[in-house]
Design a protein around this ligand. Structure first.
Ligand code: APR
Ligand code: PHB
Length: 396
């Protein structure tokens, strides 16, 4: 593929944020190049979350990437919460004025966007390792990267770092202006994929004295399940039977009538949990989007949706610049996104701390968690607060 030396928007990272931004810019006639350090297979297979909000589905559809999603995604109108051997369903449409969520894995979103981009889109280079982004304060920021064994440069009018938490673009924001906020949790998620139909039509989030568990799904025949485990857990210590027994114990409710279906486990992995925000989300002509700027623990299913919200705001700002010459949208980008980011940070922290058992917590904290969950079950106002955040707030 011919590799340009200059572009309007240099995008670092071809995860969901970078790929969606490239799609939106291409549709607005703004040229860009995407540099992704991994190979295509890796990006398409990497297991991540799978819940899409209305606004994420809307943007995928309007950018032409909604066809398979509309055929294959499972539409969900609620989730189930379990605690104290009881369960309570949160109904999204009735509590939020009609909002719902879609179950469609991030891997599938990436596959759809990559296929579109390679067929009709801006250049997308795999195995292009960005080493540094320089000149954020100048009119011509420069991206230094290695591709096919050669050191290369891409000069840009603007650079967007969509290179995730471990990316390099964040370093283009100087220490003197950068503020970071972080919390690392004293537990991780142990996630498995199993070839068995989901045991429930909707996701089940369970608080239990043994720790948190989540039942999710990838399709009508594939379940995705998670268990809270101590940090540093080795999957080798978890034979399949131990996993199923533990899930059974954590999802248990009184009165019977529900059983966890077991099946062959096809993948296992441990995910650490972190909250993180880096402010501001731009400096000079360099912008950050998605996990490069913020991380949420997965309990609120916000990570992918936040990444999509960032790039929607940014793509609008670039379209405005192209059409009117105004940089107002670009200047407002960081402040506009951070309002939504902090709302999602709060919600994700709330879901995480309400449903997990902190190893340092005592009976007092456990009673507070139960009281909070009881309140959600008793009050439509409390339930609506959860439902609105989970199903997603409109993009400002
Ligand atoms: N050069 C080029 N590419 C890079 C570099 C680099 N130096 N560093 C990282 N990347 C690539 C990674 O290989 C990855 O494909 O940037 C991409 C970042 O993608 P994600 O980590 O998926 O981040 P983002 O696109 O912001 O998506 C956020 O992913 O982590 C989940 O829960 C999160 O669902 C959310 C979503
Ligand atoms: C998932 O299906 O992987 C998933 C669903 C909901 C979450 C987190 C992960 O909150």
């Amino acid at each position: 593929m011919h590799t340009p030396n200059h572009t309007t928007v240099g995008i670092i990272g071809g995860g969901p944020a970078g790929l969606l931004l490239a799609r939106l810019l291409h549709r607005s006639g703004v040229d860009c190049v995407v540099l992704e350090s991994r190979d295509r297979d890796y990006v398409e297979q990497r297991q991540r979350a799978g819940i899409l909000e209305q606004s994420t589905v809307d943007v995928l559809r309007s950018s032409g990437a909604g066809e398979r999603l509309d055929r294959e995604a499972l539409v969900h109108d609620g989730i189930e919460l379990r605690w104290d051997r009881r369960s309570h369903r949160i109904d999204f449409p009735s509590l939020t004025g009609g909002r719902r969520v879609w179950v469609y894995a991030q891997t599938e979103v990436c596959k759809d966007l990559i296929a579109l981009q390679l067929e009709d889109g801006a250049p997308l280079l795999f195995e292009a390792h960005v080493r540094a982004v320089e000149g954020a304060d100048t009119d011509r920021p420069v991206v230094r990267y290695t591709h096919e064994g050669q050191a290369r440069t891409l000069t840009c009018d603007y650079v967007v770092g969509c290179d995730g938490f471990h990316g390099v673009t964040r370093d283009a924001v100087p220490d003197r202006v950068r503020r970071t906020y972080e919390r690392v949790y004293p537990y991780s998620w142990f996630g498995v994929l199993a070839d068995v139909p989901p045991s429930s039509d909707e996701l089940v989030y369970a608080h239990s004295p043994r720790g948190f568990a989540l039942l999710s799904m990838r399709s009508p025949t594939v379940s995705r399940l998670y268990l809270q485990v101590p940090n540093g857990t080795d999957p080798a210590d978890w034979p399949d039977e131990r996993i199923w027994d533990e899930l059974d114990a954590r999802f248990a409710v009184d009165g019977g009538g529900w059983t966890l279906k077991r099946g062959p486990i096809t993948s296992k992995g441990v995910l650490p949990m972190r909250s993180f925000v880096s402010e501001p989300m731009s400096h000079g002509r360099v912008f950050l989007a998605g996990d490069a700027a913020h991380i949420v623990p997965p309990t609120g299913a916000k990570g992918l949706n936040l990444a999509a919200a960032d790039v929607i705001v940014l793509a609008r700002a670039f379209a405005e610049l192209k059409e009117t010459g105004s940089t107002a949208g670009l200047e407002a980008y960081s402040a506009t996104c951070l309002r939504r980011v902090w709302r999602a940070e709060h919600f994700s922290f709330f879901m995480t701390s309400t449903l997990h058992t902190d190893p340092a917590q005592g009976p007092f904290e456990t009673r507070l968690q139960i009281s909070q969950l009881d309140r959600i079950a008793a009050s439509p106002h409390a339930a609506a607060e959860l439902a609105e955040n989970y199903a997603g707030l409109p993009i400002g």
